[in-house]
Design a protein around this ligand. Structure first.
Ligand SMILES: Nc1ncnc2c1ncn2[C@@H]1O[C@H](COP(=O)(O)OP(=O)(O)OP(=O)(O)O)[C@@H](O)[C@H]1O
Ligand SMILES: Nc1ncnc2c1ncn2[C@@H]1O[C@H](COP(=O)(O)OP(=O)(O)OP(=O)(O)O)[C@@H](O)[C@H]1O
Ligand SMILES: [Mg+2]
Ligand SMILES: [Mg+2]
Lengths: 248, 248
């Protein structure tokens, strides 16, 4: 099962959610997380410092190496396909290819039996990298920060997703929308949660992940949240997503 | 004077900072803000609903209209060059042009005498849209959220900026780095501020903008922060940036 974690809005907890889900899934099966963002935050968020010669997702997409050779272990039983800033060059390189949206899908084919779960952390844009993730995946999780700008983007994102489903990847299913950094005692969060439920008929809106300084602290520590601060209320929304993944 | 507000990290307050600065500058001179992000958050953040037929920055970049014709007034004496999701198509369209990084610079030439200040809100990526902003601008402001992932990206961003300065736009000056959403009583914020000052020799690090729910509330209200909540401690860091702009 391949799940893309995507939203073109920046800073909505795509990477943080990939870390949290990957950390939990690694304890119940084999899990690979893929960093598809030139910022490489998933790679840093797992505390991984890459050797100069280490192949990354860029070399996989440009066929210089196989996915298997680019995978690195992490201290959390979680496998990582890392990224560096070089990945930014992939957009231009891939644009000229005829089947440019299916390159990642092809490269992951040999790994399908190796891992129970594969998660893809997407960059904050709707470019060719995210399109590759949406074409390789059979499930999509959309983190949405409980704020106005993030909310505005969801409708547009759903249109793009339905287009991709219609034209490129009919198997893609929307797992749901995960509200993040929720401060349920503020008006803003309440407004956003209400609007999300209205706007998205037929789409699962998960229980919101509360805002907590433990999340940025876990990034600094280079650990998935449940390995840094195993508090029920922070982890539970992520467990709910995993139940939904299993039910698919 | 044209100032780009850029950082490829998502959610660091690029749009919020453009709104805050634009709102203040509009009270002392003529100011144009340009939405260069397909999410159109600057356009929504000013409470602007566009008519179907309204030309946007996309039509300007693709030479279907002039910048002057695409400018809309706002209730805050601030002029806006708006964006919609169509702008996402500009990346692919512009990539094939020979002078692809200088298109925006050319389109803004006729406006240089019309406005005292022009601010450009950039998308969270280092693609051709941000490159256009960095080639059109003579000053660059880098908002950085006081968190680990945002910090990690600054070094890489500075390298890219120096490359652009060296090869494409020698006039580009870094105004400084603006720490945002600072919670000065937390360890994370203190660590980030300390590291920024060390890492960036010779670059101005402005006083941090405190984290405050008034910012997202002002987005919901469609107003620049000083029109929504004129609190000294929220506005002062932005006034400091304006002093630096004037001193250039
Ligand atoms: N529930 C939460 N509570 C508080 N802070 C959070 C929470 N989730 C994420 N964060 C913090 O918010 C910031 C943005 O999160 P993150 O970088 O994961 O978002 P992103 O969508 O991956 O960003 P980008 O668009 O740049 O890829 C990070 O510094 C992270 O630590
Ligand atoms: N000082 C602050 N305190 C609290 N919240 C803030 C502050 N500044 C910005 N925000 C909020 O943080 C969120 C992210 O800010 P904003 O959208 O301006 O970032 P951005 O860098 O433009 O994002 P993107 O990368 O998607 O363009 C917004 O919901 C905004 O209201
Ligand atoms: Mg991320
Ligand atoms: Mg923005």
């Amino acid at each position: 099962m391949i799940t893309a974690i995507a939203n073109q809005k920046g800073g909505v907890a795509k990477t943080t959610s990939t870390l949290a889900l990957g950390g939990l899934l690694a304890e119940e099966g084999s899990c690979l997380v893929i960093d598809l963002d030139p910022q490489g935050n998933l790679t840093t968020g797992l505390g991984i410092e890459l050797a100069e010669s280490q192949p990354t997702i860029y070399e996989v997409l440009t066929s210089e190496t196989t996915a298997k050779e680019a995978i690195v272990p992490t201290p959390f039983d979680l496998s990582l396909l890392p990224a560096t800033a070089t990945l930014a060059q992939a957009e231009n390189k891939l644009l000229t290819q005829p089947d440019r949206c299916f390159i990642l899908k092809e490269k992951l084919k040999p790994l399908r039996r190796t891992f129970d779960y594969i998660l893809i952390d997407c960059p904050p844009s709707m470019g060719v990298l995210t399109a590759n993730a949406l074409c390789a995946a059979n499930a999509l999780l959309i983190p949405v920060q409980c704020q106005v700008f993030a909310l505005k983007g969801v409708e547009g994102l759903m249109k793009t997703v339905n287009q991709i489903k219609g034209e490129l990847n009919p198997k893609l299913k929307v797992l749901g929308v995960l509200p993040t950094m929720a401060e349920t005692n503020t008006l803003i969060t309440q407004e956003v949660l209400k609007t999300l439920k209205h706007q998205l008929e037929g789409v699962t809106v998960f229980e919101p992940v509360p805002k907590s300084v433990k999340f940025p602290e876990s990034n600094l520590a280079g650990k998935p949240i449940h390995r840094y601060a195993n508090e029920w209320k922070l982890i539970q929304p992520y467990r709910q997503v995993i139940w939904e993944m299993r039910a698919m």
